[in-house]
Design a protein around this ligand. Structure first.
Ligand code: C5P
Length: 465
């Protein structure tokens, strides 16, 4: 059988093929397949009875109740594949809404996108009609997954930097839903250090990536790594996320995060070095997995994760009350570094410094939120998870703590000063359960959060994690 690649075609044929593929919203390879299939069907028909039935393509059938996908189409030549991508997602039952960036308008039209999705395509952050219809916050919220395809180098940079100067980036910044990006760019842009930095940031932020592939680029004479993943690959990646994304749908999760501040007087307080990064990442991952999340947070210097109910507290007692008010829940994850003690009698006015006299601070134990929730006779969440920040015998202490506190799991980590865990972005943890200890490799706190949430989902669904 003869073998021929697109690359071997002469330039005129390649140009015609490229135009025809772009017109139909297919890759050049797919276009060749369609042409060959049509030719084969034509000769079959001629050979057989002319009335022989012709195979009809599978219709695109968005399902009521099918997953909602917001497709953000970036401005790259690979945008021509977006129409095919929409149809393929629809064939899998997805309901599509689309945003076109300004640059994307050079490659696809809102009219074509609107015709295929049956919904108007959104383009402008300051379009009063679109704000009236749905608004960018609803676009960010009323979806199960956001797919960015093609994700250009520019979009990646804006996402990594938290920009929100157009509709696409504003939605991406405001969403709590999972995001899948399909990068597509010139191989040199893909290999650039800035792109690598941005991508590392995005993956650390929990954003999933499909592709890019290696091969011939749409631009003449360009080949290498940077070709957008094929629509069927993007669909497969989206489906896998949606399967996971629905993992905590209908579940309510309470998460505590950050330190507590225990006042000594109106200006002084007892605190600790917790940044809240791990707890906030867990709340974000749980929301991305479809859970209803209540995040009870002590004072932190972090942005509020979008789409999550946040109860901001100061003291351990306030945190305790907020957790009690947040119950019932399917799972409670206590990542906060709660102060063990508070001043027995916080002064209402500033304690004055007096020469030769050092005030004595009498401490009183704070309520143990984890232990109290884990020991509840009624209304105990099915899964109660504590954290153990230890400096010595991390695992041994965590095992003892699991029993003492009455919780199901303990996530133990080494917080000795040289570990860099307190306030840092990385974490090395051990998951201590009734059935043993699992040590996870050093990873970003977001990744720890995702893995933990996957385990929580598996436990709540009764499947072994
Ligand atoms: O006893 P220790 O502070 O080491 O226990 C750590 C775990 O207990 C963490 O999960 C923390 O959130 C929780 N804890 C709590 N209330 C306290 C003290 C700790 O919920 N007062």
């Amino acid at each position: 059988m003869a073998s021929l690649t697109v690359r071997q075609l002469d330039d005129t044929l390649k140009r015609l093929l490229r135009l025809r593929a772009a017109r139909h919203g297919r890759s050049m390879e797919d276009e060749v397949r369609v042409i060959l299939r049509e030719a084969a069907e034509e000769s079959d028909r001629a050979a057989a009875d002319r009335s022989a039935p012709v195979a009809t393509p599978r219709p695109a059938t968005p399902r009521d109740g099918g997953p909602r996908i917001l497709l953000i189409i970036g401005g790259g030549i690979a945008a021509y594949k977006s129409l095919d991508l929409i149809r393929r997602l629809q064939e899998h039952g997805a309901r599509l809404r689309c945003i076109l960036t300004t640059a994307a308008l050079h490659f696809v039209t809102p009219l074509a996108v609107g015709a295929i999705t049956g919904e108007r395509a959104f383009t402008d952050l300051f379009d009063p009609q679109s704000e009236f219809d749905v608004g960018h916050i609803r676009l960010a919220r009323d979806t199960d997954l956001i797919v960015v395809a093609p994700a250009t180098a520019d979009i990646l940079a804006k996402m990594a930097g938290g920009h929100a100067d157009d509709l696409a980036t504003a939605v991406l910044l405001a969403t709590a839903r999972p995001i899948l990006i399909a990068p597509a760019m010139n191989p040199r842009m893909w290999a650039a250090k800035a792109t690598a930095r941005n991508l590392a940031q995005l993956t650390a932020d929990g954003i999933r990536v499909v592709g890019p592939n290696s091969g011939e680029m749409a631009e003449r004479g360009e080949a290498g790594l940077g070709r957008m993943a094929e629509p069927h690959e993007i669909v497969a990646a989206a489906e896998s996320i949606l399967r996971r994304g629905a993992a905590l749908a209908g579940k309510r999760i309470i998460v505590t995060s950050g330190p507590t501040h225990e006042p000594i007087d109106p200006v002084r307080y007892i605190a600790n070095r917790s940044s809240g990064k791990q707890g906030h990442a867990i709340a974000t991952a749980a929301a991305a997995a479809g859970a209803e999340v209540v995040l009870v947070s002590g004072p932190v210097n972090l942005p509020d994760p979008p789409g999550i109910v946040i109860v901001k507290v100061g003291t351990a007692q306030q945190m305790f009350d907020a957790v009690e008010a947040g119950l019932p829940a399917d799972a409670a994850i206590f990542a906060a570094a709660v102060a063990d003690w508070r001043s027995e009698s916080a002064s209402l006015s500033k304690i004055k410094k007096q020469p030769g006299r050092t005030p004595t601070l009498t401490l009183r134990e704070n309520p143990d939120i984890l232990s109290s929730v884990a020991h509840r006779a009624s209304g105990r969440p099915r899964l109660v998870i504590g954290f153990a920040a230890e400096t010595d015998d991390v695992i041994g202490n965590a095992q003892a703590k699991r029993i003492k506190k009455g919780c199901d799991w303990i996530v133990a980590n080494d917080v000795s000063t040289d570990s860099g865990v307190m306030g840092g972005d990385m974490n090395t943890v051990h998951l201590v359960t009734a059935s043993g200890v699992e040590s996870w490799p050093a990873q970003a706190k977001d990744q720890v959060a995702h893995t933990l949430i996957e385990r929580v989902a598996a436990a709540l669904h009764g499947t072994k994690p």
